[in-house]
Design a protein around this ligand. Sequence first.
Ligand code: G2I
Length: 553
Amino acid sequence: MFVLSSSLARVLTVVGTLLAFLLPATSADASSPLRTHAAARGKFIGAALATGPLANESAYRTIAATEFNQITAENAMKWDATEPNQNQFNFSGADAIVNFATQNNQEVHGHTLVWHSQTPGWVQGLSASAMRSAMQNHISRVVGRYADNAAVVSWDVVNEVFDDNGGMRTSFWYNTLGQSFIADAFRAARAADSNARLCINDYNVEGINAKSTAMYNLVRSLRQQGVPVDCVGFQGHLAIQYGFPNDIQQNLQRFADLGVQVRITELDVRMQMPRDASKDATQATYYRNVVNACLAVTACAGVTIWGFTDKHSWVPDTFQGQGAALIYDQNYQPKPSYNAVHDALAGGTTTDNTPPTTPGTPVTGTVTSNSASVTWPASTDTGGSGLAGYNVYREQGATDPLLGQSTTNSITLTGLTPNTQYQVYVRARDGAGNLSGNSPTVAFTTQSGPGGGPCTATGTVQNQWSTGYVVQPVTVTNTGTSAISGWTVTFTLPAGHQLTGSWNASVSVSGQTVTARNAGYNGNLAPNASTSFGFQVSRPNGNTQTPSGYTCA
Ligand code: G2I
């Protein structure tokens, strides 16, 4: 009876909270805070909060309360904070976060139950059976503490279980318990709170790549086995110098199609310091695009920013020389990225039919035999949905093929045909899909020769026997001062020798001349960078010759 009425009371509180959260008292006019616009779109906009500034800085508290309707504890709910010694729990920091959220009508995402980092040494040294019990006990106590709290609605059950290539991370969890710790953790969390939304969370999974595909496969297989995985978190620690994951919306959607909720859990966009207006503008585009991707996917619950002020951010401590990753500066002033998030969230309230301005005349930078860098004066967008990026077309006649897309005002076009004239122009697009007029064109001719050169190649015979040999590696090095995006190595096989296999290159043979072109994944070489390929040859019994005359272009 008691259980029934208490859970009924909880349901009513949750419904009440949700209504207050989804239906703000004030309507979303242009100057409303982020949370008002987000709620009007049925999404949350959140921030990770640190307990120090929350206790000590009123500017921090005011912005945290006013602008966000969701909160994640940046550190206070991690294992080292909540259970520093076995079975000695400390919820002071976690409670401070949850109480703040309750006072300000915000929902809390619990971060994180099972992680390889910020977990005390005593856990890491346990035997398998003791570790499994400690994990289950930890989950049961931490999740259990907030199971009846209306503010705490979701948990990162496991965090960062993959390595960067899509294998399982060989953490102490995995090394001691094998992959089964993941399913066990989710089951323990469900047992501790039957209503909380249970998430798996990771970084570098925003776009479609080997790691996000591994996560996709794991989530699908866990759900097929009845393991309660309800939600997938995409951290979103981005950097303007590494480019924007343009397929983020598509990636969110493929997970959503598995039946899970998706969310951006730790968004920040760092830059090489010092800040300047152009980096700020690029950063704003990244923030806008992430928010727009979430808005475009129904199952995306919202976006959490990892902090909100550059005064308190993990970035400068971790990435030397980088920073300014958040939407407020060190003095709590909103940056262009704040406006970008604001306008993206507000964008849906009006229809944007106004295209961005037409980009200026493009100019070319480095042109190789198969790539060309192109830069153009940026467009602006006043229609409300914001500038989303640029499309670059080849002017060709009846239909002009799209050569590439960029979120910034420059691009390196790749996959071009050698010794060919190109005439290209640019169109800007906004968040609502409106396209600007065509910029003036720029013409360039790709270099002749199949590779991007200048480069060198040297082959090493790894293993030989009377009737054959393996050459491995053939090391290809970019000896130039700019990046190349393709290479072609040629060499000569002695008479009577026959190629019987090759790897990491696309190889063709004509007479005794072998031509090896880069594979799809090893054509890009920064100055001084190397890659390699290999091949196997059969030769007449007793012949001891090996290939010669390696050239690279
Ligand atoms: O590394 C960025 C994030 C990646 N995903 C999981 C997140 O949980 C993680 O957050 C960061 C926090 O932002 C940092 O604040 O996790 C770090 C630890 O891995 C946190 O840093 C730690 C420092 O390393 C400690 O020296 C410090 O005592 O924060 C602690 C509390 O301030």
